[in-house]
Design a protein around this ligand. Structure first.
Ligand code: FUB
Length: 318
């Protein structure tokens, strides 16, 4: 009886978690045109590409970040997308005041870890938390009950209150996991195998004109660290043969979006193609950095491993 009850409960939890809210066919860029979403972080798992994005809720004509939750989308072919009913709330982290800024999800040993930026209640400034789930579509719950990174852990490098934002996580071939993040100053640190504690010191990475939004990806034996640069933001990148650097700056990858002062990218391989997934202000009549929209375009490499300059298109990847 107990086993039957547990099985039913598990089945109910899984079906609630995977409930789809909206299915739509993308008509080029922006991909989503029924709501504003920014900071798209891509994950490929089991033949599906997931996008985790912050919900821009700032009403026009106001100009500030009003972001309370993150949403989950998925696609198997870059044409038909689904948005799930489950949303992760910034206030699900009891120690946080709110503000669902940029995030990323990564899988390890069948668990999905969602690293998020939020405003801390008692350690003034932005901080990084981590939630965990058995499914890429949730439900997620705070994995620590406290912040993984707080502003007071990095005051040695900068005095600003918003430098601890935009987490990106990489698990290297030897199993060692790394957290990269930052604004104005880029940081990285090793993570323990449990993915929810630091293993070792926080180290600075010196990148020219670094603003925010670091993203790590690897192709062949090259590691790539792309990031938002200056303001309004272009996306630039650096390359290395080692996740610990040194990083060689390679210049601009994507120009200013024009209709959004931020551009926040993720770069991922899916079904044999490389994609640059980013946001612009494309569905806002006046363009806007606080009512943003997710876009995707193909990304191509040169023979020497450097990346060709991105072309942002209206047609998208179809
Ligand atoms: O969405 C809030 C902030 O805007 C993100 O954390 C930054 O990367 C920028 O996109």
């Amino acid at each position: 009886m107990k086993v039957l009850f547990t099985t039913l409960l598990l089945a109910a939890t899984v079906s609630v978690a995977a409930q789809v809210d909206t299915t739509f066919v993308a008509k080029g860029n922006p991909i989503v045109n029924y709501k504003y979403l920014g900071d798209p972080a891509a994950l490929v798992h089991d033949g599906t590409l997931y996008i985790y994005a912050g919900h821009d809720e700032c009403p026009a004509p106001k100009q500030f970040y009003l972001m309370n939750e993150w949403c989950i989308l998925s696609t198997k072919d870059m044409k038909t997308f689904q948005e799930y009913s489950y949303k992760l709330q910034a206030k699900s982290f009891e120690w946080a005041k709110g503000e669902a800024w940029a995030s990323q999800v990564i899988e390890r040993d069948g668990k999905f870890y969602w690293y998020v930026t939020v405003e801390h209640k008692t350690d003034p400034g932005k901080s990084i938390g981590v939630a965990v789930s058995d499914s890429p579509t949730g439900p997620f719950k705070d994995a620590r009950g406290s912040a993984l990174i707080t502003n007071s852990m990095t005051t040695e490098y900068t005095q600003i209150f918003w430098d601890d934002i935009d987490p990106t996580v990489w698990i290297d071939d030897d199993g060692q996991a790394y957290l990269f993040w930052g604004n104005t100053q880029c940081y990285y640190a090793k993570l323990k195998k449990n993915m929810i504690e630091l293993e070792g010191p926080i180290k600075p990475i010196h990148l020219p004109r670094f603003t925010e939004a670091p993203w790590i990806h690897k192709r062949g034996d090259w590691y790539y660290l792309s990031f938002a640069s200056e303001f309004p933001e272009k996306i630039c990148y650096a390359m290395s043969k080692n996740i610990n650097g040194p990083w060689e700056y390679k210049g601009i990858l994507n120009e200013i979006a024009g209709n959004s002062n931020t551009n926040h990218q993720s770069i991922i391989e899916f079904n044999g193609e490389w994609y640059f997934i980013y946001h612009n202000g494309g569905i806002n009549p006046d363009g806007c950095g606080f009512r943003r929209s997710i876009c995707a375009d193909r990304l191509y490499y040169n023979e020497d491993g450097t990346i060709k300059r991105m072309v942002m298109t209206s047609e998208g990847v179809q």
